[in-house]
Design a protein around this ligand. Structure first.
Ligand SMILES: [Zn+2]
Length: 307
């Protein structure tokens, strides 16, 4: 019989007396095979990943599993509860402090526990991210496991030349663990289609690894970007979007959105496509209150993309 256990890992006791735990789930299949780790909610405001993992665990038949699944549905419970990218207690961004520090600030202690009890036990790793409370995003990183990244089935992929340091995949890549980072969904809009794609994407990865029976769904035509520019505004205010669709081509100088003052109604800033031929990677699908420096748009350069 396959075994399914919930074994929360104690990280720290808070001043309130409550315990901070990593909510770790384990499913061990009947047949031997690799250990795949899936995490979501490293950035707690990216809540669609949490939903994808929840539904995946509800619909998944552990009897069919070969190997072991280790699942962390909410990697940073504080940031999830606060609908924030950061841990409220110390302001830390969990995905910048890996491998963490046993004696560090709370976010570093959390990262340390996740590194020791989760990341360092894996043979394969998938980390789910999303656009957050307002922006919506759609791409998958190619890190050290291109077939797995492609198998997830997103139309846009990103072969980043330089990676951020201190992320959860910093730990797994150092150990040559094939790793996939998914950026999917988010924003103040209906998430049903992103949840469905997330469920299918995870199943495709398990099938590609031979952990589930059957063939993965063939991916759609995929574009691999080598260059993505993030547009961060210099003015806060009301972001009024003009291009709200993802994966569509945009022209050089085309207006993607405008920042206006909701007080004086003055136009403060115009955000434009920075490439001759761009493709939309992250956008705002609603008019949102924004601060300077936020993720307003991400645009890929089609001139340097691989088809
Ligand atoms: Zn994220």
């Amino acid at each position: 019989m396959p075994t399914r256990t919930y074994r929360p890992i104690h990280v720290a006791t808070l001043a309130s007396g409550m315990d901070l735990v990593l909510p770790l789930h384990e499913i061990i299949g009947d047949k031997p095979g690799p250990t795949l780790g899936i995490s979501a909610g490293i950035h707690g405001e990216e809540a669609v990943g949490v939903e994808i993992v929840y539904r995946f665990m509800q619909t998944h038949d552990p009897g069919a599993l070969r190997g072991r699944l280790l699942v962390l549905p909410v990697a940073n419970p504080f940031s999830y509860a606060a609908i924030s990218r950061h841990t409220l207690i110390d302001g830390g961004n969990l995905n910048r402090v890996f491998p963490g520090n046993r004696d560090g600030q709370l976010t570093e202690q959390l990262a340390f526990a996740m590194t020791e009890q989760f990341l360092r036990t894996l043979d394969y790793y998938v980390d789910l991210h999303a656009g957050g409370a307002y922006p919506t995003v759609d791409y998958v990183y190619i890190l050290n496991a291109e077939p797995l990244s492609r198998a997830f089935g997103s139309p846009l992929l990103y072969r980043a030349k330089e990676m951020l340091t201190g992320t959860s995949v910093t730990v797994t890549r150092e150990r040559n663990v094939p790793s996939v980072v998914v950026e999917l969904g988010g924003g103040d809009v209906e998430q049903t289609s992103y949840v469905a794609r997330g469920l299918q994407g995870l199943a495709n990865i398990l099938k590609t690894l031979g952990m589930l029976p059957g063939d993965p769904t063939p991916p759609p035509p995929q574009v691999v970007l080598q260059e993505i520019t993030t547009l961060r505004p210099h003015h806060g205010g009301l972001l009024v979007p003009e291009v709200t669709e993802l994966g569509i081509e945009v022209k050089g100088g085309q207006v993607l959105g405008r920042i206006v003052s909701p007080y004086s109604f003055e136009e403060l800033e115009v955000l434009r496509c920075p490439f001759d031929r761009g493709i939309m990677v992250l956008t705002h699908r609603t008019a949102d209150a924004v601060e300077p420096g936020i993720y307003a748009y991400m645009v890929g350069n089609l001139a340097t993309a691989e088809r």
